[in-house]
Design a protein around this ligand. Sequence first.
Ligand code: PHE
Length: 380
Amino acid sequence: MKQLLLLLFASLLVFSTTCGPDDTNTIRIGLIVPITGDVKTFGESVRNAVLIAVDEANQKGGINGKTIRVITADDKNDPTEAANACSKLINQNKVKFIIGSVASKASIPISEMCEQAKVLMITPTSTNPRVTVRDNGERKEYVFRACFIDPFQGTVAAKFASENLKAKRAAILYDISNDYVKGLAEFFKESFTQMGGQVTIYESYGKDDVDFSALLTKIKADNPDVLFIPDYYTKVGLIAKQTRAIGIKSVLLGGDGWDSPEMTKIAGDAINGGYFTNHYSPQDPRAEVQEWVSKYETKFGQKPDALGTLGYDATLLLLEAMRNAESEKVEDVRDALTKLTNFQTVSGQITFDAFGNPVKNAVILQYMDGEQRYVTTVQP
Ligand code: PHE
């Protein structure tokens, strides 16, 4: 009898470590975001939003009767940390689905790991083309995103500079070690030049640089119409301050990385009047947007930024694919995701192109008196 009990106990133990007693009733989703580090508002927004979407689904009975459980890992906005987090989620937590990461430089390494391990990955916010495409141009079959990509974002910014701001001459400053920043700088340069504009200064800096006076002295002498700084809010805040302090009057322009409630705290007045491209505006009167904004605001006391909105949208996409899939198998969920057509999310209707990228509108926003103001919407 004792032996029998032992055997029973042993087999229970094996069962709980190999598949886990909760496995039959739950689906685990790994979430990789920067919760600490230099862009932590990005990770906080995405996490808040993913949890709202998952709670809503669980309250409605889960997906196909199963509860969704989110396992969050912090990548600190660092590619190596992201790879470690990803490997832990795949090998220890045995997740088959990952939402993340935020920054392209973190999403690129994890996209390669997910592809190899056949784990389905959706990045809510990483806009660099190389997240879903290999260097040889082939599609990574297990990787998707909920946002537009930077060739489009760069064109939108260039078009706005040239047509709306009537800019003829632009200077560009970029972080050479950041895939997103470097890519967006190149795409802007290419488009602006094609539109007849001239890029008079194209200079890089390093990720830990804090003193930009040498570069800004050059820019001051050049006096361009616009200064394009496609970096994240912490760096942009710093550069913007030094730009105004040295007396540069050019219009400041940037990309989605400018979106943070911390931006005006860091940059102060220096960012006033600056324009940036983004994925959505909380001022959009569409019912989906207003409903989402009030839901998020009730829970977290502030309006969701684009990161939160895309985090919510990425989760909606994944959950809908799970619902539609023939089985819980990754390949079936992936195929169901591929098949979604005009699926309504907060930031727009989503149909994926052949590279796992949705084709969506962009908006232009402006920092004005400490707030973000909606300027215009641009269609692809
Ligand atoms: N697009 C940025 C990247 O790929 C991330 C980002 C998205 C930041 C949206 C802010 C808002 O690195």
